[in-house]
Design a protein around this ligand. Sequence first.
Ligand SMILES: NC(=O)c1ccc[n+]([C@@H]2O[C@H](COP(=O)([O-])OP(=O)(O)OC[C@H]3O[C@@H](n4cnc5c(N)ncnc54)[C@H](OP(=O)(O)O)[C@@H]3O)[C@@H](O)[C@H]2O)c1
Length: 292
Amino acid sequence: MKILVTGTSGQLARSLSEQAKGQAEIVLVGRPDLDLENLATFAPVLKSVAPDMVINAAAHTGVDQQEDEPERAFRLNAEAPADLARLTRLAGIPLIQVSTDYVFDGSSARPYVETDLPNPQTVYGRSKLAGEDAVRSGNPDHLIVRTAWVVSRHGRNFVKTMLSLAATRDHLKVVADQFGNPTEAHDLADGLLAAATLWRREGGFPKGLYHLAGQGRASWHELASHVLAVSASLGGPSATVEPVGSDQWPAKAARPANSELNSDAFASDFGYRAGQWKDRVRALVVELRAST
Ligand SMILES: NC(=O)c1ccc[n+]([C@@H]2O[C@H](COP(=O)([O-])OP(=O)(O)OC[C@H]3O[C@@H](n4cnc5c(N)ncnc54)[C@H](OP(=O)(O)O)[C@@H]3O)[C@@H](O)[C@H]2O)c1
């Protein structure tokens, strides 16, 4: 099975490439050959790669930046997936679109399930929700997977930011009143590959929309504290981590207070669950320390 993945240096794109060994041939394509802001680049790439499936792992992921450039956010996160859906439908192949916990407003007292009504509060969340709608209506053979708080050794992410801040500071302030599910990009990749394998075996996906995120809930403060405790135990950078409220940490985009996702439907239909966030983050910090 040949899978075209959009993006070349993204956390998920690189993790898919690493995890697929023996299961699928992954072809990563990014700028300038495939540019989400230039729809004319899509058809030639699809023609030359001739994949059995497309995973759209590329996106505009700068949550605060998008508040200042909503048109660009919608071009990348909604118009591009719409055109990928159109072209994959014409080619008779499925499209997997990756979406976000930020489609929810964060007011739920329990983890969100797929039937909960989205109510995005940011440009990022609104543009990704528009991308979901576009894929749903553009290609009936689709899978939309919402994930959350993605971390890995690749790209830029919260774990790497905490480690680099702790290398130069003794004391960090981190938001303690926003909760979600830290997710290792390699776990997300394994889940998408399990879905792709089932699609090949069964000729379709059971349902179109799923949640897939790491097990267990954390606040950003808990995540930072865990990262730096593991790092300290390995002789790496450490710092004290002071819990602060969102009101003390002004950001352009207001994050959901609780965007925890319930991933039970994905586990039941595809037989895959992401790891416990504490275990996966510990392993990641060990890996990052070993590579320094
Ligand atoms: N990161 C998170 O915490 C998080 C949380 C929830 C959902 N998600 C979703 O999960 C998916 C994967 O996220 P990630 O963490 O892997 O993202 P990432 O590390 O920020 O990577 C983004 C990717 O998008 C590509 N990209 C950006 N602009 C592009 C353009 N104009 N044309 C082509 N490619 C472009 C980048 O290309 P280059 O390779 O050229 O840099 C990169 O490969 C995204 O759909 C994201 O919305 C992420």
